[in-house]
Design a protein around this ligand. Structure first.
Ligand code: NAI
Length: 719
């Protein structure tokens, strides 16, 4: 809705009223259309101010309306009418002017922003472009390079930057609405024609083609295979080369293509999926939402290795007291220096003072008596972790929460050695812990609702995307990773190269294929896990032919690589070769090529040509298949949770929505058929056997992903 009042006797003040962000729903568009007409027709009115209720100008379109048919007045003609009004129209921007809200402001003749306001055109992040003239008016106002930057990245700019760029005419510390009314009264005497952006041409630039080419290359490099930023560039090019009306036509054509693309659907799905994880339920279906989180002020971090350091930084930078523990003086000092350095760099980047006084370092667990919560991040060794949890039970006060950063060990078994199993949970951070957004919050069967609520809220406080998951080896993310990586190794046996597998995955949209990613993470991590599970070593299992372990197909190539000391980037050799240890520039290594050839001939494998399609299907369908099993087992509550984990923890391309959404877009029937096909060809790979849930969903006519939950509940109500 839009409220109308006459202020200062001659200014029509139009206030958008649609909490929480005054989104441009059909009712609001109706309200604006009516009130603008009224202001135009009222001879008493000499100027118009548009503002938003509750200190927020307008958060943009109502994206829930995207799904259905368009109702109410369309935005574009409405904005054209506003621009054509013969009385000055001033936008009073408080809070946010985003997307359609920013386009509304651009259609006004003047813009006044409060100093704390933000403006931006984030449509590209939802797979779209600003299609209410944003791509045509903004370049005419601030020039092509700046408009390209804002529109192709979707970044929000502060009022101060908006003033510098020329998006707003004035920034004020006072009530923007009142300032805008005064401004409007003064503007009555000024001619409006130059203020109508559609009447302007874009500021001229030499080498226009070179600029567009450079930006296109930049965008393609950053967001491989993503359509929306490229469409944004084309729309801005239209603003630079065509009259406004033709540019608008182009904008609308490009928008139609994007709107109907799977990418926009995937990106909008991601937007909602991320929000859903905040409103969490436990995988078992139990409702935890009503539990109140505890207030956490001080946290102990045990182990200042790769993970502990990043965790300590994540906590201290939001004002939580941290006490960090190591085993030896030297390690403690190295850890201290690293944490302090990271915090100082982080504070410098954010223009704040590093909160070093929040940090304490100790060699004794005895110093942890009074902390509210402990995060253990020592080596991945169950015996060691158990001894620490036993000790913590004795040392910490009875109410202290005990959490572990294990990447896959049994959280409930750890809970079992303590005097407070209900206060134990997993906090699975991802490396580097102060950068990666994902936090898997592992709920053991005995974790209390208050414990999980507290850990989820702590995750939010430190800026993580927290997803509640159940307790099983590898939890959600790492459990699914295994079949994915297994398929990649099997493809090497059958004739592919690491480069070929990575290329297919990168063309699909991953920033890095799985072999380049493994080189980055370090190949020794997985090797250690395999050794501990008794999988490595010669073909010892006499009951089975070679390349089998525990009865199933096993590819020893990753072990052979590690045995040669090739641990990835850090040793300068892995699946690829690097100029020197630590370098990131991966080059194909002829030694790997010959290792594969020798291996294949030893086992009598006739290498075959493997298509990109097969690579994608085998890796990604095996990944999704394990996701279905995770849903059946109640380890993840919803497919959205799995997708969010893969988006934020494993670099799954956002424009594909995540492994489960991707499966739904490919079509569950097709995924099932292809898995059946591959399983027939590789009967010794259990991960390729389609999960019962996938079969059930196909039998029910492949319902949309949002409806899977109903089928899961029916199927496994025992949880
Ligand atoms: P790390 O080897 O870099 O660091 C472990 C640290 O713990 C070492 O500095 C060691 O001195 C210290 N430590 C060992 N025993 C201790 C004790 N009794 N008291 C205090 N400190 C002790 O290991 P990283 O990579 O940091 O891994 C830690 C945990 O985080 C493991 O459980 C691992 O599985 C998990 N994790 C690791 C990820 C990674 O990418 N590195 C990702 C997610 C989880």
């Amino acid at each position: 809705m839009a409220r109308y009042e006459l202020v200062k006797r001659s200014v029509a003040l139009i206030t958008l009223t649609n909490p929480p962000v005054n989104a441009l729903s059909s009712v609001v568009r109706h309200g604006i259309t009516e009130t603008i007409e009224r202001a135009r027709g009222d001879p008493k009115v000499t100027a118009v101010v548009i503002c938003g209720e509750n200190g927020k100008f307008c958060g943009g379109a109502d994206i829930r309306e995207f799904a259905g048919p368009m109702r109410g007045p369309p935005l574009v003609p409405m904005l054209d009418v506003i621009e054509a009004v013969e009385k000055p129209v001033v936008a009073a921007i408080e809070g946010v002017a985003l997307g359609g809200g920013c386009e509304l402001a651009l259609a006004c003749h003047y813009r006044i922003a409060h100093s704390k306001a933000h403006v931006g055109l984030p449509e590209v992040t939802l797979g779209l472009l600003p299609a209410a003239g944003g791509t045509q008016r903004l370049p005419r106002l601030i020039g092509i390079p700046a408009a390209l930057d804002l529109i192709t990245t979707g970044r929000h700019v502060s009022a101060q930057e908006a003033l510098k760029l020329g998006i707003v005419d004035q920034v004020t510390e006072q009530n923007a609405c009142e300032v805008a009314v005064e401004f409007a009264l003064r503007a009555v005497a000024t001619a409006l024609s130059s203020r109508r952006l559609s009447m302007r041409t874009t500021p001229s630039l030499p080498n226009l083609d070179a600029l567009f080419e450079a930006v296109t290359m930049q965008v393609q490099k950053k967001a491989r295979g993503v359509m929306a930023p490229l469409a944004c560039i084309q729309a801005v090019r239209a603003a630079a080369t065509m009259p406004y009306s033709q540019g608008m036509k182009r904008e609308s054509e490009l928008m139609a293509t994007l709107f109907n693309s799977g990418q926009a659907r995937a990106l909008q799905y991601c937007f909602f999926a991320q929000r859903t994880t905040g409103k969490w339920t436990l995988p078992s279906g139990a409702q935890w939402n009503n539990s109140k989180p505890r207030d956490i002020r001080s946290i102990a971090v045990i182990g200042l290795g790769t993970m502990g350091r990043g965790i300590a930084v994540s906590l201290a930078r939001v004002g939580i007291s941290v006490i960090a523990v190591e085993t030896e003086k030297k390690l403690l000092e190295t850890g201290r220096q690293m944490v302090v350095g990271m915090l100082e760099r982080d504070a410098k980047r954010r223009g704040v003072t590093a909160s070093l006084n929040l940090l304490k370092f100790t060699l004794s667990l005895q110093d942890l008596k009074d902390v509210d919560l402990v995060i253990e991040a020592v080596f991945e060794d169950m015996k060691l972790k158990e001894s620490i949890f036993k000790e913590l039970s004795k040392v910490c006060r009875p109410g202290t929460l005990l959490c572990t950063n294990t990447s896959g060990l049994d959280v409930d078994a750890l809970a079992g050695v303590t005097d407070r199993p209900h206060l134990v949970a997993g906090m699975h951070f991802f490396s580097p812990a102060h950068v990666m957004k994902l936090l898997e919050v592992v709920c053991g069967p005995r974790s209390s609702s208050e414990t999980i609520a507290t850990v989820m809220s702590l995750g939010k406080r430190i800026g993580k995307v927290s997803v509640a998951v159940g307790n099983c080896p590898g939890f959600v993310g790492n459990r699914m990773l295994k079949p994915y990586l297994d398929q990649a190794s099997f493809l090497l046996e059958e004739g592919a190269t690491p480069e070929q597998v990575d290329k297919a995955l990168e063309e699909f949209g991953f920033a890095m294929g799985c072999f380049r990613m493994s080189d980055l993470a370090g190949l020794d991590v997985g090797w250690r896990v395999r050794k501990e599970s008794g999988l490595t070593g010669p073909d010892v299992d006499r009951n089975y032919p070679p390349r089998r372990r525990h009865g199933h197909r096993y590819c020893p190539i990753p072990d052979m690589i590690c045995e040669q000391g090739r641990m990835g980037q850090k040793t300068g050799r892995g699946w690829y070769m690097y100029d020197k240890p630590g370098s990131t520039d991966a080059k194909p290594d002829p030694l790997i090529q010959s290792l594969l050839e020798v291996y294949r001939s030893r086992y009598g494998i006739q290498p075959r040509n493997i298509s990109s399609q097969e690579i994608i299907e085998r890796c990604l369908f095996a990944l999704a298949n394990e996701g279905f099993r995770i849903l059946e087992d109640g380890i993840a509550a919803r497919p959205e949770d799995i997708d969010v984990i893969y988006l934020f923890g494993y670099g799954f391309p956002r424009h594909r929505g995540g492994p489960m959404f991707n499966a739904s877009m490919v079509g569950l029937q097709r995924v099932l058929e292809r898995l059946e096909h591959y399983q027939q060809t590789h009967p010794d790979v259990p991960h390729l056997e389609p999960s019962p849930l996938l079969k059930k969903l196909v039998a029910c006519g492949s319902p949309p992903i949002q409806k899977w939950g109903e089928h899961i509940k029916k199927m496994y109500s025992h949880l």
